[in-house]
Design a protein around this ligand. Sequence first.
Ligand SMILES: NC(=O)C1=CN([C@@H]2O[C@H](COP(=O)(O)OP(=O)(O)OC[C@H]3O[C@@H](n4cnc5c(N)ncnc54)[C@H](OP(=O)(O)O)[C@@H]3O)[C@@H](O)[C@H]2O)C=CC1
Ligand SMILES: N[C@@H](CC=O)C(=O)O
Length: 397
Amino acid sequence: MMRLKKIPLILMGCGGVGQQLLQHIVTCRPLHAKHGLHLRVLGVCDSRSILVTNDIFTAELGDSSLHAVCRVKSSGASLSASSDGFGGDCQVLSDSEAPRKVVDIAGLLGRSTGLVVVDCSASPETVEVLKDIIDHGCCIVLANKKPLTTEMKDYEKLLSNIRRIRYESTPTSLCWETGYIDDVVQVGAGLPVISSINRVLTSGDPISRVVGSLSGTLGYVMSEVEDGKPFSQVVRAAKCLGYTEPDPRDDLSGMDVARKALILARLLGSQLDLSDIKVESLYPDEMGSTAMSTEDFLQDGLASLDVGIAERIKVAASNGCVLRYVCVVEEPRCQVGLQELPKDSPLGRLRGSDNVVEIYSRCYKDSPLVIQGAGAGNDTTAAGVLADIVDIQDLFK
Ligand SMILES: NC(=O)C1=CN([C@@H]2O[C@H](COP(=O)(O)OP(=O)(O)OC[C@H]3O[C@@H](n4cnc5c(N)ncnc54)[C@H](OP(=O)(O)O)[C@@H]3O)[C@@H](O)[C@H]2O)C=CC1
Ligand SMILES: N[C@@H](CC=O)C(=O)O
């Protein structure tokens, strides 16, 4: 019988994307087994706790425990509130014990069996854990953009020891690996953005400009409002479809796109910080997170934006154009905001939550390298994250 290669894994963040990832892992068991692979989930964290197997060396959370995690989290409860329902050989640790446990496990497994820590949270706080665990030689796979878009020194730390980066996604789902076995780093998931950028760069072809529509939410919102639907209604629909960030203001403020732009700019060698990026917000400061809750924003605030957005779209249409939220990375400039674009341009033709990225270089000067495809959604994102994990299997014995 074929020996299964086992990849130990801890998941941080078990919301829309994290739950879908657990479901994909369970569903893909037979497929992975056929390829001699088994993903051994040792622990799952939410914002307050970790559910972890009692024996990290030989045991794992069984599939019935993973299903139970999904049931608990989709009901909105905390893992810590449901400690009895996960089966026998595991425990729930809460508060500061949870991140400490992840780092402890990384210390025990990083340089023996290896360990992948997957960040499917939307939290800026995980960066501290991630910096510690890469020191232990672990791999990290990120759906969360925040760890790569904090201070430059954090970014440099996370990318220390990089020999290779691959990126296969909406520029969001990233896979990192450092220090383990081969000092290799990979980034990846669905659309081949970073791997394409890297191929261009390593061939000595300097990239002068990257332009794209990188928000599934804003792409969907703009094309639906063009079709006559109210802005507030389509933003709520985008949230239900799993396109938006947990607080959709992260999308509507342009900050989520700015983070993607920053990841691309840093990949091209720029030393920019988030505050250096010119960002256009689609709502006023008075509707920010310090002024109102997400629920109030969705229920009451959003509707006040309907008329203004519809008017801007009408003006664009009268010029034969559509509105697209565009990201431009062109040293020393990096900016994100709405632009009026011809309907038949690559960005103007985009519909729904698709993303498109155009890469301009010496070789791709007049005719850019164009990468396009589905840009948001829990299923697509989780599938990309899973592909990233499987992609680094050669780093495990
Ligand atoms: N949806 C999409 O199309 C895409 C999403 N992404 C990214 O995926 C990430 C997850 O998105 P989504 O699933 O929608 O978000 P959710 O808000 O649904 O889930 C976030 C999860 O992270 C947990 N969490 C919060 N803080 C921490 C922490 N410090 N440590 C561990 N876990 C924590 C939350 O816990 P609790 O349940 O206790 O609140 C929750 O389980 C985001 O960063 C997003 O940008 C990337 C590409 C596409
Ligand atoms: N909220 C994001 C999800 C992926 O990063 C988007 O809409 O693109």
